[in-house]
Design a protein around this ligand. Structure first.
Ligand code: FAQ
Length: 310
């Protein structure tokens, strides 16, 4: 038996016993690649995800709403940095990941390519987008890669606060004027379908799911989590007094789940190709911030070198 086989066995046994893979452990190259891809895509989503809501910070309707929104957007920056660090434990280089993001070689969540047209979007992003994120990420707290699973615990706690602030904002607007209620409904109409796309392509078209489930990176398939999200969102919409833009949405007693209409996967593919309403704007903004921040990175490197010299 060669040393590589025993390392491989150690990896397989760790997965079988539901224990965590740690940075010191040998992993198959495919596992490392998949993990870096998923963590990097997740980190990029948090960083790009600051932009849609960031759009409303200077125009929040009160000091309270502004403070909440600032805190939420700062949390997203924190999640991104936390996740880039988790990717670094697998040998990924942060500068390289950023380069891949701003040159379009690595993806970020499709959802952040849609515009935030009204302040109701801040509430709907909190309710539906953070809600979908939590639904997807809570099972990832049991993901097989230790640093990622542990990062998810903290991130999910913060996302829960984000979700609640969104729902509370919407409840306040729903108690307001007819115009405010219409604004909430119009926003829900725009965000519902893109939120369902956050869970990824249907299982039959998801190239990574089978292997990621076998490696226990993912604990549920894309379709399972999408269904879970629909089931939990319908009663929340009823409590709020809004409807989802889906005439086929109805309870199926036999299945014990809500049936829902077909997601427009052509729209999803088009957004992934870079043709969503805001793809170009999001990347251009990120690239500009990166270039304008070059002097900070240079100063940090010079400072570290000076300290080491001393
Ligand atoms: C479920 C999935 C997203 C995709 O399953 P997998 O098994 O990995 O892939 P699968 O084979 O099914 O797909 C084939 C290809 O399509 C890609 N792709 C799929 N879906 C999408 C999509 N929607 N958008 C763009 N790309 C997508 C996929 O990467 C793959 O790419 P490849 O062609 O191989 O390069 C998984 O990676 C995951 O759970 N990630 C962690 C969670 C996470 O990243 N959350 C971020 C959002 S939450 C947040 O940021 C919090 C927040 C809230 C509010 C404000 C601010 C921040």
């Amino acid at each position: 038996m060669t040393a590589t086989v025993s390392l491989e066995e150690h990896f397989e046994h760790t997965i079988e016993r539901d224990q965590r893979i740690e940075p010191r452990d040998w992993v198959p190259e495919g596992y490392r690649k998949t993990m870096i891809r998923q963590i990097a895509q997740h980190a990029h989503s948090e960083i790009i995800g600051m932009q849609p809501e960031g759009n409303w910070i200077t125009r929040a309707p009160s000091l309270r709403r502004k403070a909440i929104l600032l805190a939420k957007v700062q949390d997203e920056a924190g999640h991104g940095l936390y996740l880039y660090s988790a990717a670094a434990t697998l040998g990924a280089d942060r500068a390289d990941l950023t380069d891949k993001l701003i040159t379009g070689r690595q993806k970020y969540s499709s959802i952040f390519n849609y515009p935030t047209l009204t302040f109701a979007d801040v509430g709907v992003i909190g309710w539906l987008v953070d809600g979908a994120a939590i639904c997807n990420q809570v099972p990832l707290c049991r993901s097989s890669y230790g640093p990622y699973a542990r990062a998810m615990i903290r991130i999910c706690k913060e996302e829960s606060f984000h979700q609640r602030q969104g729902y509370e904002l919407l409840m306040t607007m729903m108690r307001g004027t007819d115009q405010q209620r219409e604004m909430v409904q119009e926003s829900v109409n725009r965000w519902w379908w893109p939120s369902l796309m956050m869970f990824g392509p249907p299982d039959a078209d998801s190239p990574n799911t089978a292997q990621s489930m076998a490696w226990k990176i993912k604990r549920h398939t894309n379709d399972e989590l999408r269904q879970r999200f629909v089931d939990m969102s319908v009663p929340q919409a009823e409590a709020l007094g809004v409807t989802f833009p889906d005439p086929e949405l109805k309870w199926n007693a036999e299945r014990g789940h809500y049936d829902f209409g077909a997601v427009d996967w052509d729209e999803f593919k088009n957004v992934l190709k870079g043709n969503g309403p805001c793809n170009a704007q999001r990347i251009a903004h990120r690239r500009r911030a990166h270039e304008e921040g070059a002097w900070v990175r240079e100063a940090a490197v010079a400072h570290a070198a000076k300290k080491e010299h001393k």
